[in-house]
Design a protein around this ligand. Structure first.
Ligand code: HEM
Length: 502
């Protein structure tokens, strides 16, 4: 009897072991190989490439050069794993134009649908960027005008405060070398909060940390941990640190929402900002509390992070190419913000920077609603996530020529008319999609370009900038694109005599 029980126990053990082994093999199969119904006529980027940025010292350019560029240029689309899922990544402009145009087939499907269980999805929810169909149209009806035509005077005041802050901190620390990340975040936060959220969170105060800035930095540092970004499924487990982060996210959203609501009922607030419109849509019962907060959060996030990345890249190109810096300083000297808008050289620098350093280098948030042929023969089944890679498209030699990797503002033209004509053409043909395109194109583009011109001119009026020698020239290893932890050497132009001995 005992022997039979023993044999039975051993057999049950073996069966269990076999089940576990099979489950593990199945998991490995899911990660290593794309599903068998994915198109066979485009190449697969090896699964480990998606983890190189996190686990090696390679930056996004190294990874792109070594593993993606040749395949993307030859085939125009590749299969890639991202966020524990196999996706089709489109890089050829013709294919990208098709994706951007056909919103019904390549339907927006943001994190709230793709990974609803993830902490990241709790953070930004179902918002104007990620929503699809009727819900998206509802959000757009509420905010479109206020985002496209926001109050802009605050940008001039904020930029002036930013310049003073840099000067004061240089004097105080007796150093010309500054890590720019925090300063640029404070400036872009101030711009978006004042203009579109109608609320001043005092992010540019000297010696008085802004509550919003501190809380935002903390909550982001908790959410964006590489392990959970690579394997969002882990957020389904009751891991204590993630449970805590979820709670932090909830508190942050509550704080932001209540501060902004309080400002909208303040009779001294005359700014009919996007927050104002959302608040009144909430009062009229057109949107729910959650939808209000989801959209407030995304305006804060998209409205400051993307410009922050862009400003970082702009500072980098100015510092890296001193001749371009001097020429732009000369070109913009004494010009008003309105004149800057029409300055060909200034705009060509913005567009060239967006081409080489698109803040959102890779976005995968569309899901096919039916089987579809990309181009003539790449057949993608229903229910597959499709994304695009701005970094690859902006550097494709077939479209940008052999000098594609060089920073040449003149490629956009020499006159304002040519520069704008070429920019519009590049956007329409999806050769430059840093601001996306079609019906879902970025609503904040005009504002972002405006604040960038004001920022760049103010920097050049006040400083000569160069790369800090101790800084190693590399891009972010993963995620959004910009020079990684950039440090800039600021030489104060007007106060030079005061600091020349530093
Ligand atoms: C340099 C700065 C910026 C860049 C590069 C940028 C880029 C983009 C991109 C690539 C998309 C499409 C995202 C996707 O496919 O999921 C987008 C959408 C959007 N952006 Fe921006 N953005 C910038 C600044 C801003 C600013 C300042 C705002 C102000 C709130 C803003 C508001 C939006 C909105 C509302 C959408 C969604 C449009 C829709 O789907 O209807 N963006 N942006």
């Amino acid at each position: 009897m005992a022997i039979i029980s023993l044999i039975e126990a051993v057999s049950v053990g073996k069966v269990l072991l076999l089940v576990v082994l099979c489950a593990m093999l199945y998991l490995v199969r899911l990660i290593v190989f794309p599903p068998s119904n994915y198109p066979k006529n485009i190449p697969t980027i090896p699964f480990y490439v998606s983890f190189l940025g996190t686990y090696t010292s390679m930056d996004q350019k190294d990874i792109f050069e070594k593993y993606i560029r040749a395949k993307a240029e030859k085939y125009g689309a590749v299969k890639i794993i991202f966020g524990s899922r196999w996706n089709i990544l489109v890089t050829r402009p013709e294919y990208l134009a098709q994706v951007l145009k056909d919103e019904n087939t390549f339907a927006k499907s943001g994190n709230h649908k793709k990974i609803p269980y993830a902490v990241l999805s709790d953070y930004t929810g179902d918002n104007v960027i990620s929503a699809h169909g009727a819900i998206w149209r509802k959000y757009r009806a509420v905010i479109t005008h206020s985002v496209q035509f926001p109050e802009k005077d605050c940008v001039l005041t904020n930029t002036e405060k930013f310049i003073n802050l840099i000067k004061q901190d240089m004097e105080e620390s007796q150093s010309k070398n500054l890590p720019v990340g925090d300063y640029l975040q404070r400036l872009t936060l101030a711009n978006i909060c004042n203009s579109m959220l109608g609320t001043d969170f005092n992010t540019l105060e000297k010696d008085k940390p802004s509550k919003l800035h501190q809380r935002l930095k903390f909550v982001k540092s908790q959410i964006f941990k590489p392990l959970y970004m690579n394997f969002p499924m882990l957020d389904t487990l009751p891991i204590p640190e993630r449970v805590k982060t979820r709670e932090e996210v909830r508190k942050f959203r509550e704080y932001l929402s209540s501060e902004i609501k309080a400002r909208q009922v303040d009779p001294t607030n005359t700014n009919k900002s996007a927050a104002f419109e959302l608040y009144h849509a909430l009062q009229r019962g057109e949107i729910t509390e959650k939808q209000f907060t989801d959209n407030i959060v995304i305006i804060l996030v998209a409205g400051h992070e993307n410009p922050q990345l862009f400003f970082t890249s702009l500072l980098y190109v100015m510092a890296k190419y001193p001749e371009i810096q001097s020429k732009l300083r000369y070109e913009t000297n004494g010009k008003s913000d309105k004149q800057l808008e029409e300055n060909g050289y200034m705009n060509s620098i913005l567009f060239e920077t967006l081409r080489l350093f698109p803040p959102l280098g890779q976005i995968i948030n569309r899901e096919t609603s039916k089987t579809v042929a990309l181009g003539s023969d790449i057949v993608i089944p229903k229910g597959v996530y499709v994304g695009y890679n701005n970094f690859a498209t902006g550097r494709d030699t077939q479209y940008w020529g052999p000098t594609t990797d060089d920073f040449i503002p003149e490629r956009w033209g020499y006159t304002q008319e040519d520069v704008f004509k070429n920019y519009k053409l590049a956007k329409a043909s999806a050769r430059l999609s840093a601001f996306h395109g079609g019906r879902r194109a970025c609503l904040g583009e005009r504002f972002a370009l405006y604040e960038s011109r004001v920022f760049l001119k103010a920097v050049l009026d006040n400083f000569e900038v160069c790369l800090d020698e101790s800084w190693s020239d590399r891009l972010t290893p993963a995620g959004p694109i910009c020079p990684f932890m950039l440090r800039i050497n600021f030489k104060c132009l007007s106060l030079d005599h005061q600091i020349s001995n530093i």
